[in-house]
Design a protein around this ligand. Structure first.
Ligand code: FE2
Length: 328
């Protein structure tokens, strides 16, 4: 019912963990207030009983991302969540960030048991859940699905950098002030000629650092738009090939593309085309749920609490390297 957010946008540098954490603590209070207002307005608009009295005591619990991620940022979120849970005497859920990305896409598309292509800055993985209840969640059903996907299995993943980082790093090499993948995507859309670049798929795993190095060497020699176009086409083709192998291996009938790079409609279109050629559906959530967001943490947290997995707010733990296949 609410998805308030604030974005840390580094200029002329990469992400500095301390600065990102400062941004979190500066904006946390305001964003929580904004989310509570959004929720109240949404509930009142829906005409729910008692919506006018909506406040913290109306909540079923508090959730936070306990990993993976940057230590200082995770700590800031954990401290804020533990504070709210203790102050309002609410159960607390520690959520795996990747699980939340996969789950929110599944929820919004109304899929029950998809293969997930999770593509973001730090992560790039092919994931399947191993346990599903079957009822379609769907957007209209708003609320949580009884089908809890964990434990998850990672079928394939990047052997070096996340695909989002590949584009961010390349934007930086191009001298962009805001070195973000969307800058590369905008140039790629204007590119026409494909320039061959190294392509690395190993089974269901992929690698991008060789591709980055090769593309960097062509800066100034190949038209910039064409180079961005070639870089994206190569990386996306790698993702599609590995996804296709995973789809055929598992026999799944649904594919979700999730994570920050799922905001790229060209990638989603390619995955759709691949999936449809095998009789499977594919799609991505709307953009507010692709980039990092609180709504996805709330959704996965609600499922954790329903599954009886609350954590002690006096002993919150974070794990910078918490993998999705460690979620119980
Ligand atoms: Fe993320």
């Amino acid at each position: 019912v609410a998805n308030a957010k604030a974005f840390y946008k580094p200029v002329n540098e990469g992400i500095v963990p301390r600065k990102a954490a400062d941004h979190h603590s500066e904006h946390a209070g305001r964003i929580v207030k904004e989310a509570m207002e959004q929720a109240k307005n949404a509930l009142m608009a829906a005409g729910g009983p008692g919506a006018g009295d909506f406040d913290f005591s109306s909540l079923d619990g508090i959730a936070f991302a306990c990993g993976p991620g940057l230590g200082p940022c995770l700590q800031t979120g954990a401290a804020a969540a533990a504070f709210l849970a203790l102050k309002y005497d609410l159960p607390l859920a520690g959520v795996n960030h990747c699980h939340a990305h996969v789950e929110v896409a599944r929820w919004q598309l109304g899929y029950s048991d998809p293969l997930a292509l999770y593509v973001s800055g730090g992560n790039t993985q092919l994931v399947v859940g191993t346990k599903h209840g079957g009822r379609k969640a769907g957007r209209a059903g708003a609320g949580t699905s009884p089908s809890f996907g964990a434990p998850f299995r990672v079928l394939g993943e990047t052997l070096d950098m996340g695909v989002g980082n590949l584009f961010d790093a390349f934007a930086r090499r191009l001298g962009e002030k805001w070195a973000h993948g969307s800058v590369v995507a905008a140039k790629a859309a204007a590119g026409k000629n494909y320039h061959p670049l190294p392509y690395t798929v190993k089974g269901m795993n992929f690698a991008f650092s060789g591709l980055l190095t090769a593309a960097e060497r062509e800066i100034g020699k190949v038209d910039e738009n064409d180079l961005c176009y070639s870089l994206m086409e190569t990386a996306f083709a790698e993702l599609c090939e590995a996804s296709e192998r995973a789809l055929l291996l598992t026999g799944k009938k649904e594919v979700v593309v999730c994570g920050g790079v799922a905001q790229n409609p060209h990638l989603v279109g390619m995955v759709k085309q691949m999936a449809e050629s095998h009789g499977a559906n594919a799609g991505a959530a709307e953009n507010q749920y692709n980039a990092d967001n609180g709504g996805m943490i709330a959704l996965a947290g609600a499922q954790m609490l329903e599954a009886g997995k609350a954590v002690d707010a006096r002993r919150v733990e974070i794990d910078q390297r918490y993998r999705i296949d460690q979620v119980e």
